[in-house]
Design a protein around this ligand. Sequence first.
Ligand SMILES: CC(C)(COP(=O)(O)OP(=O)(O)OC[C@H]1O[C@@H](n2cnc3c(N)ncnc32)[C@H](O)[C@@H]1OP(=O)(O)O)[C@@H](O)C(=O)NCCC(=O)NCCS
Length: 150
Amino acid sequence: MRSQYRIRRAAARDLDRIGEIETASFGREAYDRKLFADYRRTCGALFLVAERRGKICAYLLSCLRGAAAELVSVAVAPEDRGKGAASALLDSLLRRLRRRGARRLHLIVRVRNRAARELYEKFGFRRVRRVPGYYEDGGDGIAMSRPVDV
Ligand SMILES: CC(C)(COP(=O)(O)OP(=O)(O)OC[C@H]1O[C@@H](n2cnc3c(N)ncnc32)[C@H](O)[C@@H]1OP(=O)(O)O)[C@@H](O)C(=O)NCCC(=O)NCCS
């Protein structure tokens, strides 16, 4: 299933499609185009898209500082969910982080985001702590992390 995706770095021409996926996924909390453009400049090596039959169906954004990487965001177009796109992106991210000598991958996920929490648990992330009021609407987050090498 996962091999149906081509994973590559996000290009400037991809930002419109990434914005569509972002809005469909996060609504009013969506990152804007400028933020994505800034991330592409600063963390472009780990700003990835998943393509299937030439169409982008998901993106993943991560940044590496020293030996610690942060998974900033991942989202899959609603019609493409449940088909392994996020898993293919995470597999590719972990390979890229290994090549760069990263040791640990951190993230924060909404307590109520069951699909994302299950995805991360399946990928070996473990809960570190609860982060009360992390989100703008007052929602709590859960900080999770995993070693890059397991
Ligand atoms: C969370 C999200 C990225 C998962 O992407 P996806 O491509 O559908 O995930 P995959 O198909 O690779 O699924 C991998 C695993 O994730 C978990 N998972 C995915 N969707 C799930 C759901 N709706 N309910 C429960 N678990 C789910 C399962 O453990 C699944 O493994 P399985 O297929 O063996 O059951 C996607 O639902 C999404 O874009 N959601 C909106 C944006 C978002 O919340 N991003 C995360 C922000 S922290």
